[in-house]
Design a protein around this ligand. Structure first.
Ligand code: TYM
Length: 354
């Protein structure tokens, strides 16, 4: 396992674990290309830290990916790439269930029931739909609109209790809770679905673009300089950090000062997350220094943490047979968990048995 995947202690996560939360974890990542530092720090690295203490399922959500057009030739390789990123980051394929969504039909089957539980008014409030559909909303796919109901199904088909994600998924998880509560009420099935808790940890829950500190780092940003991809080599990482936008002042003196300077705050948050230190602690070291000094330190840290993950990913994608065997095994175990829960949902709803 590469060093970057090591489950280093982290005060935010340790605090959750210390609360003795019991339950089942599920999270998902879309195979839509360019897995980046935001996905890693906001989500995948936290999965690695939770695996020792929880039963976990990690899903490559290929059915979510096609809510916006994907080249079919690319989709399969992108799906393997996300699975490779999970493994390269240090997730154990035996201990956890790693699989892709389309191999477990119960997700889509439960999603249909949830389409009939969720209200149009709830969907209309989803900010991610508004962002992704853009101005041409009439032309967005129906799947993109219903996306959060499928996400609720991903989680609730396993009665997952905790969902580690970045901050941008918070609204979808609130909707998941609303769907669970409404289903339980509508069908007189009190407590059937759990009211899921989001797990949003630490210093980098919302990593911003390196070109614009007010925009989220995203797979779909046309500028590759806006993000650090997990597969970037050390030269690319160094170049992107060197070119990252900053303001003309030296490093902030305090967290309050940083909060008013989006680009500085973003780089500070990335450093703190990669180093497993608090922002305040990082500022004690770099306050008032030139950005060039800080950027050199950040480059060194990013290369040390991301480099081994990217290298292991590259090695794994060259072995698609192995990655496919992990996904197949995961899907078999996921199907076994999902089947009795779907059977129970069908009984509750009143569908006749085949
Ligand atoms: P996706 O594929 O966009 O992102 C995967 C994970 O990465 C987090 N993330 C970020 N975290 C911090 N800073 C960023 N700039 C950043 N960008 C992305 C996301 O919050 C996410 O945790 N709808 C989900 C996929 C999904 C899912 C699920 C997640 C489908 N079903 C069930 C949890 C449970 C999505 O599009 O993530």
């Amino acid at each position: 396992m590469p060093d970057a995947g090591r489950a280093a202690s982290n005060p935010h996560i340790d605090a959750y674990i210390a609360r003795g939360l019991k339950g089942r974890i599920l999270s998902g990542v879309q195979p839509t290309g360019n897995l980046h530092l935001g996905n890693y720090l906001g989500a995948i690295r936290n999965f690695v830290r939770l695996q020792a203490d929880y039963d976990c399922l990690f899903c490559v959500v290929d059915q979510h990916a096609i809510t916006q057009w994907q080249d079919p030739k690319e989709l399969a390789s992108q799906t393997r790439e996300i699975a490779a990123a999970f493994l390269a980051s240090g997730l154990d394929a035996k201990k956890n269930i790693i699989f892709n969504q389309s191999m477990v039909p119960a997700h889509a089957q439960l999603a249909w029931v949830f389409n009939c539980v969720a209200r149009v008014g709830w969907m209309n409030r989803m900010t991610q739909f508004k962002e992704k559909a853009g101005k041409d909303r009439e032309n967005a796919s129906l799947g993109l609109y219903a996306y959060p109901a499928l996400m609720a199904a991903d989680i609730l088909i396993y009665k997952a209790t905790h969902v580690p994600v970045g901050e941008d998924q918070k609204q979808h998880l609130e909707l998941t809770r609303d769907i669970a509560i409404k289903f339980n009420n509508d069908f007189g099935a009190s407590g059937f679905f759990p009211v899921t808790e989001p797990l949003i940890f630490g210093a980098a829950t919302r990593v911003m673009s390196l070109r614009d500190g007010t925009k989220k780092m995203s797979k779909s940003d046309p500028s590759d300089y806006s993000r650090i991809n997990l597969t970037d080599d050390s030269d690319a990482i160094a170049q992107k950090i060197r070119k990252a936008k900053t303001d003309p002042q030296p490093m902030p003196e305090t967290e309050a000062d940083a909060a008013k300077r989006p680009e500085a705050d973003n780089l500070l948050g990335i450093y703190a997350a990669l180093a497993d230190r608090d922002r305040a602690d990082v500022l004690r070291e770099f306050a008032g220094q030139q950005f060039s000094t800080f950027k050199n330190a950040l480059t060194e840290l990013a290369v040390a943490r991301i480099g081994p993950v990217g290298a292991e990913m590259q090695r794994l994608v060259k072995d698609p047979g192995y990655v496919d065997s992990v996904l197949r095994d995961g899907a078999e175990r996921a199907n076994a968990l999902a089947k009795p829960i779907l059977d129970e949902v069908y009984r509750i709803v009143g569908f006749l048995k085949p």
